[in-house]
Design a protein around this ligand. Structure first.
Ligand SMILES: [Fe+2]
Length: 304
């Protein structure tokens, strides 16, 4: 689960020479026809990569700032309330060491701060960029997350704001992934609340339980999650290690700004039109936001 909806900063733009490293395998035609619309599987060669050996993950966890580690008991309900998520009673280090039997769920966030993981992330994104630039230009804000989960763990129902590929390094998972374009599943108000800052409010309605794709993600395979497509994840009876590689594009920032404005309008008693329904209005809101942000910077205030 990732929840940050902050805007990409110019310094996060991806500018680096291309490298010959190839860790991913995908079908270009399928990638181009499905990216950010329909989930699809890819393959990767990271299962034996030394960055995912348990000792290296332990070293990474020790170095991670505590606020970039989230962990809890792993046997949760799909609609687990985030405020009531039970802890596992262990330290970070104990959780990593005992992941096989401690019934826990852990994510190491923003591991791109470690140079070796960053290098790996960027090498993977470099492979995709020629295709993503044709569909959603301006790849920026690269981020990576490592999920370490005990057998039987569940990641409750939620959605994420980035372009995401989840690479299954070890173990296997079942992923139930829901179409974020279907307004029976994700309403305009759900998106407004999400971009308004409450990123863990989603609940899976009983009538929507069967309206999903189901993927068995095994070691060596990866899955593309389009932006704001809800999902929940069930681990198999093995320890699971997954590497989530993500990035953003400028069109997502426009979407975020409009939904956030719609959220405030609705809180004030209004009934905003759906994002995309009135493009001139969306443009007015977005460019107004950019002008206000520039003025704030000129006046030395923090970003609005
Ligand atoms: Fe997620």
């Amino acid at each position: 689960m990732r929840t940050a909806t902050v805007a990409p900063k110019p310094s996060s733009l991806l500018v680096r020479p291309s490298t010959p490293s190839t860790f991913l395998t995908f079908e270009p035609a399928e990638f181009q026809s499905k990216f950010n619309r329909i989930p699809f599987l890819i393959k990767h060669s990271l299962s034996d990569h030394p960055l995912f050996a348990i000792d290296r993950l332990l070293e990474l966890a020790r170095k991670q700032p505590r606020e970039l580690i989230e962990y809890n008991a792993g046997e949760l309900d799909v609609n687990q309330s985030p405020d009531d998520t039970p802890l596992n009673g262990l330290s970070v280090e104990e959780t990593v060491r005992r992941i096989r039997e401690c019934k826990s769920w852990m994510v190491l966030k923003h591991v791109q701060h470690d140079p070796e993981y960053r290098e790996l992330l960027l090498a993977c994104l470099d492979q995709m960029r020629p295709l993503t630039e044709r569909i959603a230009p301006g790849m920026c804000h690269p981020q990576a997350f490592i999920f370490l989960t005990s057998p039987g763990s569940v990641t409750p129902y939620h959605m994420d704001p980035e372009h995401n590929f989840l690479l299954q390094v070890r173990g296997s998972k079942t992923i139930h992934l829901f179409d974020g374009r279907d307004r029976r599943i994700v309403s305009e108000q759900d998106l407004e609340v999400f971009y308004g800052g409450n990123t863990r409010h989603m609940k899976l309605a009983d009538e929507n339980r069967e309206r999903c794709w189901v993927f068995q993600l095994k070691s060596g395979s990866g899955l593309h999650f389009p932006v704001c497509y809800p999902h929940y994840v069930t681990n198999s009876d093995e320890v699971s290690v997954s590497f989530s590689i993500t990035f953003r594009t400028p069109d997502l920032e426009r979407r975020r700004v409009v939904y956030e404005a719609n959220h405030h309008q609705r809180l004030a008693g209004g009934t905003p039109p759906a994002f995309g329904e009135r493009p001139w209005r969306d443009g007015f809101i977005f460019h107004g936001h950019r002008i206000r942000r520039k003025l704030s910077r000129l006046l030395g205030r923090k970003d609005s």
